[in-house]
Design a protein around this ligand. Sequence first.
Ligand code: 4HQ
Length: 251
Amino acid sequence: MDYTVLTIFPELFDAFWAHGIVRRALTQGQVTAGAINIRDYAAGRHKVTDDRPYGGGAGMVMKPEPLAAAIDAAREKSPEAMTVMLTPQGRKFDQAMAGELSREGGLILVCGRYEGVDERICGDQIDLEISIGDYVLTGGEVAAMAVIDAVTRLIPGVLGNADSARQDSFAQDLLEHGHYTRPPSFNNESVPQVLLSGNHSAIEQWRREYSLVKTFLKRPDLLEERSLDETELEILKKWRNDIESIIRSKS
Ligand code: 4HQ
């Protein structure tokens, strides 16, 4: 995977490339990455990348020529790459899209600033518009980092076996079960006994139940979208029966 970020603040990415899973992927050679300064493609002595909006109003607009030139340069350097614009009007980013993007040869990530980018950029130069959520950022850089982070950990070989095994097979599209480490008691709360039992099938069952019920309580929308297997249905029925028996005993 080859990432090329187009931004007027390339230094924002220095620390990003230098830490964690992204750094590991770069070091291991599964990923190459760089940030290109859009300003380097602006004309004139002052290298201006913004201008006042036609029709008036507050704020500035990112000029089309420097951005188009920067995209052309990135395309030349990374001809296989898909060109992505980070924008609130884009398709909502999720884990499935992260998976699709992880199979691309490269991503050119265009980060707008100011009130936005001249509308004439969005058409032919951009293959895909992505939004990381319905809120307004100051620029696309933080969104690009979110996309790169989520995509990179899905590239084969990037996570060590120890890390990738962490996502239990049953936990697809569910919240993760609770995690505990030492000490055995913290703030007057102990680690669930089953996790200290050494009984691996009991632990697996507990995690499965925790994951499913936590999802029901905190993110029921995720269950609406997902099918449930026989075991999962049994877990929810057990909870239903327990709740019903409490209700019966009180009424
Ligand atoms: N932006 N998801 C860049 C966003 C955004 C989002 C606002 C993108 C400002 C110039 N990007 N413009 N949400 O809020 O991706």
